[in-house]
Design a protein around this ligand. Structure first.
Ligand SMILES: Nc1ncnc2c1ncn2[C@@H]1O[C@H](COP(=O)(O)OP(=O)(O)OP(=O)(O)O)[C@@H](O)[C@H]1O
Ligand SMILES: [Mg+2]
Length: 253
């Protein structure tokens, strides 16, 4: 089985604060991989390391077999140039808790921006694909609407379409529904479920245990910078083995 993401003893500190204390995990291609854990446990930091928005201090991170952010030569690591890092990042879509759409652009303009600016795709072709993607996330009637006129759930679906426009091989979701009103959560999870069914490899930091149980292929529980427990989401959620997992789940389930 080829791993889409492989983390080996990943360490990350901010000054004296050690946030990731040796993360080892593997995400298979096509897998929906859920990460849960208390606030401050390092979940977002780990996601940010995967697309090299944060530099790791030790260990190795691979995406699709390629070392993230570095070139290995002999036994030494050499940092990649900004341009090379940007090229790696292009293959990884990221959706955050807050929908950070460009406010001065309509939905379709948001979705076509990166393909045109970064990949040099023609406007006509990017626009056509953007419409197809907006259709896929259920927003074909909102193509010419500005973000301020969209609900949170609609904005988050545009954000997903925008990430998909770059044809990523991996999607990272950092609590994509936690800033939404409860009645809007479902529509975003539905889009993510569709994406999973299409075979997209996804790492999802979430508090939505129902989604993790139903859609997730694997789940890890992180606490204080380490993976405490991992396995099939249904097993981990219904029969946690570690005290820390039990205590966390008893608060969120
Ligand atoms: N740029 C930074 N500089 C200094 N400390 C940071 C930085 N980013 C994160 N941290 C610290 O690292 C720790 C882990 O933060 P992180 O955002 O990864 O947690 P999290 O698990 O995503 O939490 P939450 O569930 O609240 O989003 C926290 O103690 C946080 O304060
Ligand atoms: Mg976070």
């Amino acid at each position: 089985m080829n791993a889409m993401v492989k983390a080996e003893a990943v360490h990350k500190s901010f000054g004296p604060l050690e946030v990731l204390k040796g993360i080892d995990l593997e995400v298979a291609s096509g897998e929906v991989f859920c990460i849960v854990g208390p606030s401050g446990s390092g979940k977002s930091t780990f996601l940010r390391c995967i697309n090299h928005l944060e530099k790791i201090n030790a260990g190795r991170l691979y995406v699709d077999g390629t070392l993230v952010g570095y070139r290995e030569h002999g036994n030494k690591l050499y940092e990649l140039r900004d341009r090379e890092v940007a090229a790696q990042r292009r293959d990884i879509g990221m959706v955050f808790q807050r929908f950070n759409l460009f406010p001065h652009m309509t939905a379709v303009e948001n979705v076509m921006e990166a393909p045109v600016q970064v990949k040099g795709e023609s406007k006509a072709s990017a626009q056509e694909r953007a419409r197809t993607l907006l259709d896929r996330v259920g927003l074909v009637d909102k193509t010419d609407t500005y973000p301020t006129q969209l609900s949170g759930g609609q904005q988050q679906r545009v954000a997903i379409a925008r990430a998909l426009a770059m044809e990523p091989k991996l999607m990272l979701f950092d609590e994509p529904t936690s800033a939404l009103d409860p009645e809007l959560v479902g529509e975003v999870l539905d889009v993510m479920r569709d994406l999973a069914q299409d075979g997209m490899t996804m790492i999802v930091v979430t508090h939505e245990m129902g989604f993790a149980r139903e859609v997730g292929d694997s789940l890890v529980f992180m606490d204080d910078g380490v993976v405490v427990e991992s396995g099939n989401p249904r097993d981990v959620l219904s029969d946690p083995q570690h005290e820390r997992t039990k205590s966390f789940l008893s608060k969120v389930l």
